[in-house]
Design a protein around this ligand. Structure first.
Ligand code: ADP
Length: 274
């Protein structure tokens, strides 16, 4: 894995607006290669504020790479990525767009919350502190405010009674719900969900998906989702993007994509997974 500053990205010389108000996340001409393997190929897409967009497609089609680019674990070889009106990949210096420095990347990344397949909670901290930690230490929130917010979020994910438990005393599903609360505690503009139920025992999946459905309907947070749970994707998504070989080959509302896909590859993929 390369650090944020390791691979300079190229970009336009002038400094155009990163996004319009109608776009919270925007990929513009994004190409990502690993050696000779072009994993994302001149990709353009955007996500409007408050929308829930799910990426589907065969294994290896580039979905996780998109999330890793947004997490700034990777940088594109070409193109720009912006979040909430600011470039993640670039910053403006003397009126020109130049590859973003670490400090700029850290600032823009605060707009992005992430939940991974592995929950990665701090094992030595109680649940409440897991949720309070970043707001206090990264955002500089007062402890009282962070605690109140953490308790509200634990309530939202159905774990108000687990505030004083250590993560190892919780089930995988409960740990993942804490991880969701922890991500939301930073008040991100967009929440990235990367196969968040893939590591769970089957009987724990529904509880986590119910929590996410509840968050999707009761908050205005924008979501970008990679999941193999197709019925969840159908329920939660405003839009579905079907990927194949690093390109979006079909997109639209779930009622359209899941019931009358136009592309042959989409039909094949869905008949294999549904
Ligand atoms: P998906 O999430 O759709 O399964 P990925 O984004 O994980 O697809 O992977 C897309 C392609 O990129 C695959 O061919 C994969 O082998 C390749 N790839 C992903 N990460 C790396 C890496 N760090 N180094 C080399 N190749 C990678």
């Amino acid at each position: 894995t390369s650090g944020p500053a390791a691979e300079p990205a190229t970009g336009p010389a002038a400094a155009p607006a990163a996004t319009s108000a109608a776009e919270l996340v925007r990929f513009d001409g994004v190409t990502k290669r690993f050696g000779t393997n072009t994993v994302l190929d001149n990709l353009d897409f955007s996500v409007a504020p408050g929308k829930h967009v799910t990426l589907i497609g065969p294994s290896g089609s580039g979905k996780t790479t998109i999330l890793r680019l947004l997490m700034t674990l990777l940088r594109p070889d070409e193109g720009t990525i912006s979040v909430d009106g600011e470039y993640l990949t670039h910053e403006t210096k003397n009126g020109k767009l130049v590859p973003a420095g670490d400090r700029h990347v850290r600032e823009v990344r605060k707009k992005i919350g992430m939940v991974f397949q592995q929950f990665n909670l701090f094992p030595n901290m109680k649940v409440l502190r897991n949720v309070m930690e970043a707001p206090v230490h990264v955002l500089g929130m007062s402890k009282d405010e962070a605690e109140q917010r953490a308790r509200d979020l634990l309530d939202l994910v159905g774990l108000a009674d687990k505030a004083d438990a250590y993560p190892t005393h919780l089930s995988g599903g409960q740990q993942q719900r804490v991880a969701i609360a922890r991500a939301l505690a930073m008040r991100p503009q967009v929440l990235l969900l990367d196969e968040v139920t893939s590591a769970l025992d089957p009987e724990l999946v529904a509880g986590v998906l119910d929590v996410l459905r509840n968050i999707a309907t009761t908050t205005d947070i924008t979501m970008l989702i990679v999941t193999h749970e197709m019925s969840f994707a159908r329920d939660i998504s405003d839009d579905v993007l079907m990927f194949d070989k690093g390109r979006v080959i079909e997109s639209g509302p779930p009622a359209k994509i899941f019931t009358e896909p136009e592309n042959e590859r989409t039909r094949e993929f869905l008949s294999a997974v549904l």
